[in-house]
Ligand binder design. Sequence first.
Ligand code: ATP
Length: 136
Amino acid sequence: TERTLVLVKPDGVARGLTGQVLARIEAKGYRLADLRLLHAERAVLEEHYAEHRGKPFFEPLVQFMLSGPVVAAVVEGDRVIEGFRSLAGTTEPTTAAPGTIRGDLGRDWGQKVQQNIVHGSDSPESAEREIGIWFA
Ligand code: ATP
């Protein structure tokens, strides 16, 4: 079994989509191992998004992630890292496949750059690193 870090980002929480996101995770057979609603601290976000430091969207992304509460979850299951990224859909909601969280629920990225409802770790190494950051 494997673990991943899932975030429901401020747009998802503000739009009342937390339940739908968690329901899709549970319906797929994954297990919630830990769950928190919190306002992220800047230091946590800078560490979480360290790979994007220096990119033009870094500061707007951090600002967006500070704009409201987020839900952080540790989700467990066989191949959950790959499985959750498949449930989430590709980064841009505009073109994410229907049937995915971002494809079904995401707003067009023309107006709402950065906002794509969820985050999921992209590798076992990232998952352990990110779980350590959010559940220190
Ligand atoms: P996530 O890591 O959130 O699951 P991802 O792996 O598809 O999504 P990354 O490339 O890791 O996306 O980017 C992290 C986040 O930064 C994205 O989810 C999005 O919110 C934002 N982002 C990525 N690329 C851009 C961009 N070109 N313009 C604006 N925001 C972006």
